[in-house]
Design a protein around this ligand. Sequence first.
Ligand SMILES: Cc1cc2nc3c(=O)[nH]c(=O)nc-3n(C[C@H](O)[C@H](O)[C@H](O)COP(=O)(O)O)c2cc1C
Length: 442
Amino acid sequence: MNRQLHLGYFLFGTGYHPAGWRLPEGKADGSYDIDFIVETAQKLEKAKFDFFFLGDRLATTPSMQHIFPSQMTRLEPFTLISYIAAVTKQIGLIATVNTTYSEPYNVARYTTSLDHLSKGRASWNVVTGSDPNAALNFSRDKHWDNEKRYDYAEEFIEIVRGLADTWEDDSLPKNKKTGQFADPAKVHELNHVGENFSVRGPLNVHRPIQGQVPLITAGYSPRSQQLAAKYADMVFTGGNDLEEAKRFYREVKAKLATYGREEQDLKVLPGLVPIVEETDEAAIQKYNQLNELLVTDFDLTALSERIGYDFSQHDILDAVPNLVGTKQGEKWLKLTSAAIGTEDITIKDLFYFFTSAVRGHLFVVGGADKVADLIEMWFVEEAADGFNLCPPYLPGGLDKFIDLVIPRLQQKGIFRTDYSGNTFRDHLGLERPENRFNRVKV
Ligand SMILES: Cc1cc2nc3c(=O)[nH]c(=O)nc-3n(C[C@H](O)[C@H](O)[C@H](O)COP(=O)(O)O)c2cc1C
């Protein structure tokens, strides 16, 4: 079969845009309205999305309210994803685990349990955490450095995977005649002793339906890329620039061979924030409407630092000065211009686009054809194997994408019209792995 696009949904309960919830039609309590979340999950499944994804952070502050309200307060991912498992049948389910502040035995229990109760749709997104404040919630003075976090994460993953194999598939004969419920010869201790953990095992949950639950990673640092190349079935990334995204794609895929893996074993999925309407003009109108609702004091410090030009000497309504030769001025001008459809750009326009897109996901404003064509281009040019969709507001931002863009992707022959199986591994085209203890015996 032709290479197919993978599409997932990244839940931001108030919409990805900081002001998404303020639109008259925007959902303000989408992080807590469970009926609404269920409806969303069922809608995604009907549209044949690969997965429903829940991120996580381990610290918060009310000062996030104007920047990232959807991440400021929300439900714990494994609790919520279990609920979604009960009301869906086919869509993949991803919950985030911050290994820096977790225990592998517990996480192995969560992921394998989720896989059983969802009939083979569980997956975990491994992060090591970028918020130093998390340390203060876990009896630590400071967040570990990148090296230590990733050393810990690698050992953590080895243990979770090892524990998932400790019960062989046929280790529970449940023989009513003989009374043998379990076959001890097929149940194994892991006996892991390493730098950070000692874990004997076996796990007290049977081997997951998928054998191993798919593993996702997210991040940009070299160690994060290494983690992806070594272990991940899918990597979440960001990126607004096609050439940069192609470079990342090539680099991370090239690393797979070091670990005896093939290029198709790892899917690369950047985030995608589409402001999509029936026409380009209507999309620009929606984008402007969202930006006008931002609560901001137009502090230009971050923009000045990123671009390498001091904007404080100008009025916010001034036309953008000549930015040729600055660090990133030309790039951000080009992106802003593509979003609002004009080269006539004020500093305010630039500020708005920067504020909307600074977290790094591919941000597009346009009619359905423009959005579908962009997705196709990134897919065909191997900048992405698919996208992690972050609708700017709910429910309309998602509904428009499903109604207008998905049919176009299906017409282009790059997105499924039905699932080919019922497990998340099926959606990703992954084989069920053999049990390591089985391999040892033959
Ligand atoms: C699409 C995407 C989603 C992410 N989701 C989370 C998340 O939910 N929680 C989190 O702590 N970090 C998240 N991250 C951040 C990274 O996973 C990573 O842990 C963090 O950036 C620190 O590692 P680094 O130094 O390799 O960047 C995400 C990153 C990307 C690109």
